[in-house]
Design a protein. Structure first.
Length: 474
């Protein structure tokens, strides 16, 4: 057996954290091996953010075309050619993927190895290159960035109907007549509204009292109202108990207080969560501990239970967002290359759900703040009170901010409205800068912009004198 090829660093997985980390460490003069068994770019570029938001854009155009008369614009009948939508999505994914690959391949000291890696021990990785060929690598420092994949839950008959996942649904060449969706999380809601706008009848089956189970009830229910207004059937507190298929028709058997016994459709999307890609890594051989669900256990510096082995991105079980994975990369590269003391502790996590209108979320919900025993003030305003939203006739949704009553600092916010993610990012910036709410209350934002709505959101608050938060200054 040939001796293992030595490296300074092995990165398993070329996702949005692993790829940049491998490139940055290589640029610093270290020999790096980057392993990838599918496509560079990870979930974001290939099956997540890039393709889904490309298709969401097509769905929004269809929606606006149907609304043209509201703006005094006359159009004809609107139809969607899903094959063209799909090709546009494929072209953009190919462009992004090629760009990621080129960036990796042009780096000196960096070897891109295409194959399936597994641990032999804490410093050795064996790579299945295909066609019976293998390669063995060794390094004192290894990073796991293998991501996650859709879960198919153990429901009677589900495997037999060939359900769609968040990946395979984007390869449909025609719009289903009736799309059934299991799950009321980010994936289910984005695809539900998307395919409704493409022309499908859509039914969402969700076990919770409301969709987005971790969101405040008033925000989630406002989003549900919007989806129902768009013609989507949302079944709350409903379980899928069994599935059957006859002559191309899928029958979902349901159990819920307001649900029918069964509902029929021609496609079923399973959006019931994701599982970490650790089952083929043989992490036990390296002494790396995982949770019951298979996520790699890490500390606030992303170190696993084995010295020299780290994990970043979705595989750790943290917030499953691309920007979080990329921030994991920042933690490691700052600590390794710049002598930093960067951690993930108290990281301010934000996200945007790309329904229309968007839901931008940052920090704590009202319920989470109350669970922590915090004294809070809540500012809330419907989008019908936003001048810019009225001008462009996009008034669905609401804005909600949770404020520490003692310090007048923001604890969190949700913006369900036109460009909700962009408005949320202003509040995120205020939180990062430890800005008191009265500064936003009186800020001279440009008119007429969506940002200006923050003046009105906080206008009615009697803020009173504030105490300085511990360790913070204006």
């Amino acid at each position: 057996m040939p001796s293992p090829t030595p490296y300074d660093l092995i990165v398993i997985g070329a996702g949005q954290g692993g790829g940049p980390l491998a490139g940055t460490v290589a640029e610093a003069g270290h020999d790096v091996a980057l392993l990838e068994r599918a496509h560079v770019g990870g979930t974001c570029v290939n099956e997540g953010c890039t393709p889904t938001k490309t298709m969401v854009a097509s769905a929004r155009v269809a929606h606006l075309a149907r609304r043209a008369g509201d703006y005094g614009v006359e159009t004809g009948e609107v139809s969607v050619d899903l094959e063209t939508v799909r090709q546009r999505k494929r072209d953009i994914v190919d462009m992004f993927r090629s760009g990621s690959r080129s960036s990796i391949e042009e780096k000196e000291n960096l070897d891109l190895i295409e194959g399936d890696g597994r641990f032999v021990d804490a410093t050795t990785v064996e790579v299945d290159l295909g066609d019976g060929e293998t390669s063995t690598l060794t390094a004192d420092r290894i990073v796991i960035n293998t991501g996650a994949r859709p879960v198919i839950p153990p429901i009677d008959g589900l495997d037999d109907v060939d359900p769609l996942t968040s990946t395979s649904i984007m390869e449909l060449g025609s719009v289903p007549d009736h799309l059934l969706i299991l799950g009321g999380g980010y994936i289910g809601l984005e695809f539900g509204q998307m395919f409704r706008r493409f022309g499908a009848e859509v039914t969402i089956i969700d076990r919770g009292e409301h969709v987005l189970g971790r969101e405040d009830a008033d925000v989630a229910e406002a989003l549900q109202d919007i989806l129902r207004e768009d013609g989507i059937r949302v079944l709350n507190e409903t379980s899928l108990t069994a599935v059957g298929s006859t002559d191309g028709t899928i029958t979902a058997h349901l159990d819920g207080p307001d649900a029918p016994d069964r509902v029929a459709g021609d496609e079923l999307l399973v959006a019931a969560g994701r599982r970490p890609n650790t089952d083929t890594l043989n992490v036990r051989a390296a002494g790396v501990e995982t949770t019951e669900r298979g996520h790699v256990q890490v500390d606030d510096r992303l170190a696993t239970t084995t010295d020299g082995i780290y994990a970043i991105g979705d595989v750790t079980g943290g917030p499953a967002f691309t920007h979080v994975s990329y921030d994991d990369y920042r933690v490691l590269q700052d600590n390794w290359l710049h002598g930093g003391d960067h951690t993930t502790e108290d990281r301010l996590v934000a996200y945007t759900l790309f329904t229309d209108p968007q839901l931008g979320r940052v920090g704590l919900t009202e319920a989470q703040a109350q669970d922590r025993g915090l004294d809070v003030t809540v500012a809330q305003m419907p989008m019908t009170h936003v001048a810019r939203a009225l001008e462009v006739d996009e008034t669905r949704g609401l804005m909600k901010a949770v404020i520490d009553s003692t310090t007048n600092r923001l604890l969190g916010a949700a913006v369900l409205g036109i460009e909700g993610g962009e408005v949320m990012s202003i509040l995120q910036t205020a939180m990062m800068g430890n800005l008191p709410v009265d500064r936003l209350q009186a800020a001279p934002f440009a008119h007429p912009t969506l940002a200006e709505s923050l003046n009105n959101l906080f206008a009615g608050l009697d803020l009173g004198p504030a105490e300085e938060p511990s360790g913070g200054e204006d």
